[in-house]
Write a protein that binds this ligand. Sequence first.
Ligand code: AHR
Length: 524
Amino acid sequence: MTNLKSILAGCFMTAVSVTSFAQDVQITLHPDKAENVIPKEIYGQFAEHLGRCIYGGIWVGKDSEIPNVEGYRKDVFDALKTLEVPVMRWPGGCFADEYHWMDGVGSQENRPRMVNNNWGGTVEDNSFGTHEFLNLCELLGCEPYISGNVGSGTPEELAKWVEYMTSNSNSTMAELRRKNGREKAWKVKYLGVGNESWGCGGDMLPEFYSDLYRRYAVYCRNYGDNKLFKIASGANANDYNWSKVLMNKIGTGRMDGISLHYYAVRDWGTNPDGTGRKGSSLVFTNKEFYEILSKSLGIEDCIKGHIKELDKVDPNKKVGLMVDEWGTWFNVEPGTNPGWLYQQNTMRDAIVASTSLDIFHKYTDRIKMANIAQVVNVLQAMILTNEKNPNDQCVLTPTYHVFRMYNVHKEAKHIPGEITCDKIQVNDREQVPTVSFTASTKNGVTTLSLTNIDLEKSHVVAVNIDGKKVAVGESEILTAKDVHAYNDFGKDNVHPSPFKDAKVKNGQLIVNLPAHSIVNVVLK
Ligand code: AHR
């Protein structure tokens, strides 16, 4: 206890300027307390009909000259396969509450066109619909997460969609699916009942939404052995009242999950010409770097606030907290459509990703899923494709590499621990720690992931291993000379490489962590 107290004191009280010295970071791990398994769904993705996420990102169509697997861009498909995506949310986002699924089934030539009002007024030809999405999930081996239309749809429309996808009966909906080329029902577990119902999904008050949720959920049935996991549209960031009302009015028996959206964004409004003032994804000062980190790390307090509300009604933690939108949000790249949310991705994004995942791992008794926004070409993307030269090989972003490196934590037991480290003063109100960590164990292998948030100094991390005989296995590092480094078409500047700077000495693991780096240390 004394030890824990002094550790917490070191971490939370003073030390506003950073001094680098030998073993300046101490981590204490508790392998004996490793109980919670990290759900693989924490590594979920999100694909919205927004900009070039679906069209030009995932889907090019079977007749495209771009190499494809049944219409899915081959390089993107292969990269997602390597990533072992566990779950993918679709079709939105804000798009979901204007989406009418019947427009996206049947022969592609005859599908009606619609205006994508949320995202740049682009005309959507509906060539990517239910079959194209669910078949992609099957090919990737990931769970589909369908986001249903509550804002502008009807309970009947959503009920029929569930029946169309999951019923093996001879009902009209199941027969229609067969006529459209799919004999066997798909397995669909996750169903979102609306999206951002407090905003683009209907601008509702939580009391009204709660009633609507109850009504819609009644008609979303389980067909055969398909068991739906129903997710209520949750809060925007720290709107704890939204969670409170939903927990009280919907209650634990009717929903399996409640979502949370939290973006690492600093928003200074809009310029007179309509362009955003969220800062550039590529050009930023050290101060702006730390400001974004402070914002992204703020998700921990936000999670705690919502968990507090959920715990009051659901102490046995039956309802999962699903962080089904998170990530960085910057200005679009100059010259691109402002409604398409296309941004580049640097080592800064990688650090936001690793440190956010570190936080999610700590609350897996409540957090059952997280979906970074978004998978291709939108916001903090895993993958980018070239708008001007679509034949160019796709780019794997630094964030992609973090997800690939962190795969090792999926379904591993989380090892709790504490850290003593210095803090960096961001401004007169905010500080960020110099180092973030997470650890897990699976099949006798322990992986410790460390992120050095400090842009200027390396840190020497000492980790207790209680004198256990461990050997350092093949370890990896993701870093670059400059935190602004990013990958571009034909330029692979940021990728993981072997890491050798970890050793066991005097009963401790000692890791030398370079500035702005992410390291996976494997212990056997
Ligand atoms: O991810 C982009 C948008 O952000 C989503 O459509 C919406 O749900 C959120 O506001």
